[in-house]
Design a binder for this molecule. Structure first.
Ligand SMILES: Cc1cc2nc3c(=O)[nH]c(=O)nc-3n(C[C@H](O)[C@H](O)[C@H](O)COP(=O)(O)OP(=O)(O)OC[C@H]3O[C@@H](n4cnc5c(N)ncnc54)[C@H](O)[C@@H]3O)c2cc1C
Length: 300
């Protein structure tokens, strides 16, 4: 599989596939990266989407969308997007079955749905911005030579911890009562107990575990489950408001070339809306890439 694309679409739900269809039909090279079938996998019967006299299962609708995108020439890669950054082009780092791989593209559509894994810790929200962060690359700098903890037990948590290791004095990975799903290198201390409280005096100062054990920390980075749309957008510096990506009328975020569509924008969480926004984002990507090519003198 090639590594460079005109656009990378994160998510193979209705928004991502719809965006892909418009980009593909305009001749763009498209990579869809997705870890699974998203919200549709949980929808047993969809009876309010145009064109289906009988209800269709979410799984079948997803299967048809994926097959349609593939038939038009989309590349599909199954994996978890861990990180994304912009430096001349977008760099998207993905953990797939064979390990980590990086793809690059002129544009990205975030269509990663609405799931945000919340930390099951009383009072954590009160410390957001006061020691609790959702983005190591954005906020790690504030914790130089300080003690930080990363909450989570998967590849995304380890990826965030790796970002912090060169900066912080100590990085603890707190798996919240779960076993780690990845091998954690020896340079991290691992706390497997459940957290019962975060304490501080206006700013995070310590984590308290179920056994009564406490560890002093200055910063806590939440990386539970997989990176959400907002987590990924923040890594590029895109504006996020109330955990939703901020976009203009063409569904472009505050980072040029980075678009978003579907449930990750909030509003009405329905297939019809996600498909419509996907179409809008797909068309905007086509316009963006064509302008970029014209500027670079590579117009096709
Ligand atoms: C139980 C249930 C019933 C529903 N019933 C209906 C209904 O009857 N009618 C209706 O219109 N709507 C219904 N919905 C809502 C509908 O499913 C969603 O609005 C729609 O699927 C949103 O599409 P989306 O493409 O924005 O996100 P999703 O369909 O959620 O797709 C998100 C995609 O992003 C991928 N992804 C996320 N994070 C990452 C990452 N870090 N790395 C790689 N991939 C990632 C996921 O794997 C997935 O492929 C229902 C939803 C649920 C949960």
């Amino acid at each position: 599989m090639q590594n460079e694309f005109d656009t990378i679409i994160i998510g193979k739900g209705p928004a991502g596939v719809s965006a892909a269809l418009y980009a593909l039909r305009a001749g763009l090279s498209v990579l869809i990266v997705a870890k699974d079938a998203g919200a549709l996998s949980r929808a047993h019967a969809i009876a309010n989407y145009y064109g289906f006299e009988e209800p269709i299962s979410g799984a079948e609708l997803e299967r048809r969308g994926e097959a349609q995108a593939k038939a038009l020439g989309a590349e599909l890669y199954t994996g978890e997007v861990l990180d994304m950054m912009f430096a001349d082009v977008f760099h998207v780092r993905v953990k797939g079955a064979e390990g980590e791989v990086e793809f690059t593209s002129k544009s990205v559509v975030v269509a990663a749905g609405s799931v945000r894994s919340k930390a099951p810790i009383p009072g954590i929200d009160a410390y957001e911005g006061k020691g609790v962060s959702y983005c190591a690359v954005c906020d790690g700098f504030f914790y130089r030579k300080k003690n930080v903890a990363v909450l989570g037990n998967g590849a995304y948590a380890l990826s965030e911890a790796k970002e912090l290791l060169p900066l912080a004095a100590q990085v603890s990975i707190c798996t919240l009562g779960e076993e780690p799903k990845v091998e954690i290198p020896a340079e991290y201390s691992v706390e497997k107990e459940k957290i019962v409280a975060i304490e501080g005096d206006g700013h995070v100062q310590k984590i308290k575990f179920a056994s009564g054990k406490e560890i002093p920390v200055d910063g806590i980075f939440v990386a539970i489950g997989t990176a959400s749309a907002a987590d990924l957008a923040r890594k590029t510096g895109a504006a996020v408001q109330s955990n939703k990506l901020a976009v203009d009328d063409k569904l472009m975020t505050t980072v040029p070339g980075l678009f978003a569509a579907g449930d990750c924008l909030g509003g009405i969480l329905q297939v019809a809306v996600a498909v419509g926004e996907g179409a809008k984002a797909g068309l905007a990507v086509v316009e963006y890439v064509r302008k970029l090519r014209a500027k670079e003198g590579t117009a096709k």
